[in-house]
Design a protein around this ligand. Structure first.
Ligand code: C5P
Length: 218
């Protein structure tokens, strides 16, 4: 039997990262923050002066980077880059390189390599539709743009990063539109995904929902 995967997809700041990490820890499974992989590549590309639409150079760079996660910390080629990876500017850059099919293909093997026993909880935009289409459980989280902007605002302030609520709402809408309208792996729930609107829910409630679903989708 294949190693089980719980695929948790959804738009920016829908809560998928926090929910997926907690579900993984409750089950004792591995956790994949696939957005961080796109962010790492965008950041490393920018640091090397590669344009965000230079598909060939970004695709060539993708397999060369050594990326290591240690809890919340992220290391690129041995150097800690956690704060830079989490910046909104890096998220926006990630969403620009994520429209390039060559970049998505170049990252696929790296993403699939996270599937290891006893199981994987992966969050992103296309975990259920493209990367792990055979996942026994697929969840699609949504939340209103305002609720998501407020959550992202709090996260950024807690990390000591600059944030402005109005521009966050605006940027989230732009990022959603770009992620949803791209021809390759667009952000949309796949047919067999279970939808969960987290606008009125706490993280604990959303985690409890996913764990309950995990019991019935083994
Ligand atoms: O989830 P996060 O905001 O960190 O992702 C940054 C960007 O990376 C997203 O806006 C999206 O464009 C891209 N991404 C993607 N596919 C994934 C994960 C992230 O296209 N599986």
């Amino acid at each position: 039997m294949n190693t089980p995967v719980i695929a948790i997809d959804g738009p920016t700041a829908s809560g998928k990262g926090s929910v997926a990490a907690r579900v993984a820890s409750a089950l004792g499974w591995h956790y994949l923050d696939s957005g961080a992989i796109y962010r790492v590549l965008a950041l490393a590309g920018l640091q090397r002066g590669i344009a965000l639409d230079d598909e060939a150079s970004l695709a060539a760079l993708a397999p060369k980077l050594e990326v290591r996660f240690d809890g919340e910390a992220i290391y690129i080629d041995g150097v800690e880059a956690s704060l830079d990876v989490r910046r909104e500017t890096t998220g926006n850059a990630a969403s620009k390189i994520a429209v390039l099919p060559g970049v998505r293909t170049a990252l696929m093997a790296r993403l699939r390599a996270f599937r290891q026993a006893p199981g994987l909880v992966g969050d992103g935009r296309d975990m259920g539709s493209v990367v792990f289409p055979d996942a026994p459980l697929k969840i699609f989280l949504t939340a209103s743009a305002e609720a998501r902007a407020e959550r992202r605002y709090k996260q950024l302030i807690e990390k000591g990063l600059a944030a402005n609520l109005d521009s966050l709402v605006q940027e989230l809408r732009e990022r959603d539109a770009r992620d949803a309208s791209r021809p390759v792996a667009p952000l949309k729930p796949c047919e067999d995904a279970i939808l969960l609107d987290t606008t009125p829910l706490t993280i604990d409630e959303a985690v409890a929902f996913v764990l309950q679903q995990a019991q019935t989708h083994k």
